[in-house]
Ligand binder design. Structure first.
Ligand SMILES: [Fe+2]
Length: 133
């Protein structure tokens, strides 16, 4: 997809609004994911960028509906939201499915042997550590 980074960033910003902490976190994760991607084979660029930018979108509905969020609720609430956002920009369906699987597995032991899942987890770990979480 052309301009995937710009298109998904717009979705990210639209979703989180003035929650600048979440927006900044996602952009940082994308930056680290892109760096890691240089040294691994077989990464789908669109899938990785979308997964990196949208991996935490479940935080918002989780907090709105439950009053809290954790890894489990992020995995539960994230994929439907991400799927709906990606549909809006005509993101390829097979790639959307893969991104949703990755988002639904980014806080638990990997159920999918996807290189993009491994890269996202590593990038998220680095950024969380830098942010002092
Ligand atoms: Fe994250």
């Amino acid at each position: 997809m052309d301009y995937v980074k710009g298109k998904i960033t717009k979705l990210l910003v639209g979703h989180f609004g003035n929650d600048f902490r979440r927006i900044t976190h996602a952009l940082e994760v994308m930056k680290h994911a892109e760096n890691i991607m240089e040294s691994v084979e077989g990464c789908d660029y669109d899938v990785l960028i979308a997964a990196a930018l949208l991996h935490d979108v479940g935080i918002k509905p989780s907090e709105e509906m439950l009053g809290y969020n954790n890894g489990k609720t992020q995995e539960e609430y994230g994929p439907p939201v991400a799927g709906e956002l990606m549909e809006r920009i005509g993101f390829a369906r097979d790639k959307t499915a893969k991104v949703c699987e990755i988002i639904g597995n980014h806080h638990s032991p990997s159920r999918y042997d996807y290189v993009e899942l491994r890269v996202l987890k590593e990038a998220d770990r680095i950024v969380n550590k830098l942010e002092g979480d």
